[in-house]
Design a protein around this ligand. Structure first.
Ligand SMILES: [Zn+2]
Length: 161
């Protein structure tokens, strides 16, 4: 392994834990490298990079420090995904709770729809902008699809009557 390959290997080791979040071109570079590097290939295929923590501590602190912040980043990333999901559920829950005070189905639906467009829609737009800033663009796409389905579904609610 020459100096250049060693550098690519080092970068691959750092980036494989966040492989899903990488750009297509970066993924290609890592996959290209993994084709003739068994260590990276194993990491890539088994996804067992989380185990390296225990392995590393056994043979000292070697290489542990630079990987730590990246691992934190992966956790923060997952945290954000869970958070934007939970905020949507929470907002829909509050809107439902507020609507169910009414006896008449028509009133329930009207209140639910009003709540959706006054509260859920602005929240969704904010969360999509937030997702755009902090997460991979594919999550922006998933969010938009999910929100459009939710909004269209709620828009169709009066048809249940
Ligand atoms: Zn490698």
């Amino acid at each position: 392994m020459n100096e250049y390959e060693r550098k690519i290997h080092k970068l691959s080791q750092e980036l494989i834990p966040v492989f899903d979040e990488l750009d297509a071109e970066t993924k290609e570079i890592i996959q290209e490298h993994a084709r003739h590097c068994s260590e990276c290939d194993r990491m890539l295929n088994t996804g067992d990079f989380m185990d390296t923590e225990t392995e590393k501590t056994e043979d000292g602190e070697r290489d542990d420090a630079p990987i730590q912040p990246l691992r934190q980043l992966v956790h923060i990333n997952r945290g954000i995904r869970v958070m934007v999901f939970l905020i949507r559920i929470l907002v829909l829950g509050v809107i439902s709770y507020n609507s169910l005070r009414f006896q008449e189905f028509g009133d329930v639906v009207r209140t639910f729809q009003a709540g959706t467009f006054l509260i859920y829609l602005p929240t969704a737009i904010f969360l999509i902008a937030f997702t755009w800033t902090f997460l991979n663009k594919k999550w922006v796409f998933y969010s938009i699809v999910a929100d459009v389905i939710i909004l269209l579904g709620i828009w169709q609610l009066p048809l249940l009557q």
